[in-house]
Structure formats: structure tokens, C-alpha cells
Design a protein. Structure first.
Length: 362
């Protein structure tokens, strides 16, 4: 582990002499580095090239899978760990499902991006919340070890447990949702009236107003914290209304819902709560219509329309398309919309019938 760490330093241009000086002067230490990483396990006795050859026809998938996972391709002579061989073989066995090799790369990219986001995010968040404040206060190396190192070790050790548990929970929910969708689709095809067909889906795009001014006046970090607070509030509002945050887009958030009424209620709550929490007023746009779901993201004209509508909203305003208004009958009767007529949203050439959603009474 120490060799790997020093190799990383050297690849970044930090020399062995500089590392040695840092250790002598007690500004850095390698004493605890092995505590952050699990035992990598025994070598398999094979090189990467030999392991690749052992995969037979599936060898063509190994390199692209590693790249999509966010890992470098080792040289043919690199020794392999037994655990790495097992994990990669199981992954390829499970996902070599079709003639299209893209399926394997997509599965690998989903895993790689998700896990990397956790790893990099947790490390940088710990540094921001714990290590950097201590350094700015002039803490010595011994003080950093006492107040930061062992807490960081604890986080590194519990990460696999938390990620594994969370993955199982989300996998269960995803399977349940897909099964429900299949059953509803089958019943709808049979004309079974016992179960209403799933409503047209909807997306909401929400962003902070005056984000550029906020950045200029309060600095990048303050603006970034405001964006993260918006993301937290969006998560909470979406979960209350059977939706989800699809992705964060700088100072904005894209949310998806199965029913337009849920999208409107969640967006109204989010807009109101942002004001209570002291965030800048929000711009919000809600659109309903077909969505293309792919690898956890959503695409299509409905998404583009929601973003354009949000860009046309005034600060603190929630604008919705006519399709949202028409579908609002599947939700609370207290939803109220104020018709605005045909409007040409920013960035569009054709007019769209829009309405302003207002907070329901009672």
C-alpha cells in the first residue's frame, strides 16, 4: 500500500526527495496508510494477459468493461489478484446477455460511475468538513492524526458495508417497480378495468435564480453549498410524492414522477421550502409526456420542454404545460392553475400553452 501511494505521488510529480523531507519534518506520514484499505487478497498466479486468454470469446469484453468501470487496463504482464479475477469473471458471465457488446459496457459504466461518485464524494466531503478546517487552524501532524486520521479510517472501513446494504435496498425497489409496470401493461392490453393504467409521466426542472450573482457576491463555495441544499430539499420533496431526483445540473435539479399531479405538488413544496431555508427563489417548470428511460437517466422532448419552461418562469414561480393541467384530475382536487395562454418559452420558436401552479388551499 505504501508503494502504491508513493507511486501515485511520483506520477503527480512529487519526488522521493520531497516525500522524504516531508516525513523527516513531520508534515506527512505513511504510518497509517494500510488502515484505509482492505487486504487485497492473494495473487492468483496468473498475469492479466493469461487471465484475459482464459476467458475465451469473452476476452473481447474485458478491456472495454474495465474502461467503463473507470479502471485502467493493466499491461499483459501485470500479476492478477484472485479476488479481482473472480469479480470480473462473474461480472462478464452475468452480463454477456446479447450479441450487442454495448450491454456489458453500459452495465459496467453504471457500476463504475455510481461507486466512484461515492468514493470520491466521501473523501472530498471528509476533507472539506474535517481535515481542511484543522489544517487552516494550523494543526500539527500529530493533531491531525488524533482528530482526523482515525475518523477517516472508520469511514473507509464502513463504506463497503453501507454501499452493499444500500445497493440491495435499491435493487429490491427497482425490481418491484419493474414488475408492477409489467403487470399494469399486461392488464391494460387485456382491457382489464380493475386497475387504472399508469398515468402519463412527468418531469420537473428546478433551478436557483440569480445563481451567477450569488457566486460573484458570496463565492463559489457558498454557491455550491446552496446548490447542495437545493438537492437535499429536492430529494425530500420527491420521496414524499413517489418521485426521484434524476440528476443534479449545476444550480438545477431534474426530477421524475409517474403522475403529473405528484410532480406539481412536489415542486410547489420544494419552491416554498427553499424560501423557508433561505435559498434564492427557484424557477420551476413541469412538463408531462413520453420519456425515454435509459441507465437511470431520462431523455426526450418532455425533458427539454420542462427545462425551457423553467427558464421562462419568474423567481419563485412554478409553470406547467397544458398536458400537466389536463392530467391533474388524477391527483388532489385542490390543485389550482392559472392559465397564461400561449407563451413562447426561452430557446423555443413555437408557442406552448402554459399555466402557473399555485399552492393548494387547505
Amino acid at each position: 500500500m505504501r508503494v502504491q501511494a508513493i507511486t501515485a505521488f511520483e506520477s503527480a510529480g512529487i519526488t522521493l526527495e520531497q516525500i522524504g523531507a516531508g516525513i523527516r519534518e513531520r508534515t506527512m506520514t505513511l504510518d497509517y496508510i494500510d488502515l484505509f484499505y482492505p487486504d487485497p487478497g492473494p495473487l492468483s498466479g496468473r498475469t492479466y494477459g493469461e487471465f484475459e486468454a482464459s476467458l475465451g470469446p469473452r476476452a473481447r469484453l474485458l478491456g472495454p468493461a474495465l474502461t467503463a468501470l473507470g479502471l485502467p487496463r493493466p499491461s499483459a504482464s501485470t500479476p492478477m489478484r484472485a479476488g479481482a479475477e473472480q469479480a470480473l469473471r462473474h461480472f462478464l458471465d452475468a452480463w454477456d446477455l446479447a450479441a450487442d457488446d454495448e450491454v456489458v459496457s453500459r452495465a459496467a459504466r453504471l457500476a463504475g460511475e455510481g461507486v466512484r461518485a461515492v468514493a470520491e464524494g466521501w473523501v472530498r466531503l471528509f476533507y472539506e468538513a474535517v481535515s481542511r478546517p484543522l489544517q487552516e487552524e494550523g494543526a500539527t501532524l500529530d493533531e491531525l492524526v488524533e482528530h482526523a486520521v482515525f475518523r477517516a479510517v472508520r469511514l473507509a472501513q464502513i463504506a463497503p458495508e453501507v454501499v452493499s446494504w444500500l445497493l440491495q435496498r435499491h435493487m429490491q425497489r427497482a425490481i418491484d417497480e419493474l414488475n408492477v409496470e409489467d403487470i399494469e401493461r399486461e392488464l391494460a392490453q387485456r382491457g382489464d378495468p380493475s386497475l387504472r393504467s399508469r398515468s402519463v409521466p412527468a418531469v420537473a426542472f428546478v433551478d436557483l435564480s440569480d445563481y451567477t450573482r450569488l457566486t460573484q457576491e458570496q463565492g463559489d463555495e457558498s454557491a455550491a453549498r446552496a446548490a447542495m441544499r437545493l438537492a437535499r430539499l429536492a430529494d425530500e420533496a420527491a420521496l414524499r410524492h413517489d418521485g426521484r431526483v434524476v440528476k443534479l445540473l449545476g444550480d438545477g435539479v431534474l426530477l421524475a414522477f409517474s403522475r403529473p399531479s405528484d410532480a406539481v405538488l412536489a415542486t410547489l413544496e420544494l419552491t416554498a421550502e427553499a424560501t423557508v431555508q433561505g435559498l434564492p427563489p427557484l424557477h420551476a417548470g413541469v412538463a408531462a409526456g413520453p420519456l425515454v428511460n435509459r441507465d437511470g437517466d431520462v431523455y426526450g422532448n418532455t425533458v427539454n420542454l420542462a427545462a425551457r419552461v423553467a427558464a421562462s418562469a419568474k423567481a419563485g414561480e412554478v409553470l406547467v404545460t397544458q398536458a400537466v393541467v389536463d392530467a391533474a384530475g388524477d391527483g388532489p382536487s385542490s390543485l389550482v392553475f392559472v392559465a397564461l395562454g400561449e407563451v413562447v418559452p426561452k430557446g423555443m420558436s413555437n408557442p406552448v400553452r402554459l399555466a402557473r401552479a399555485v399552492v393548494p388551499l387547505g
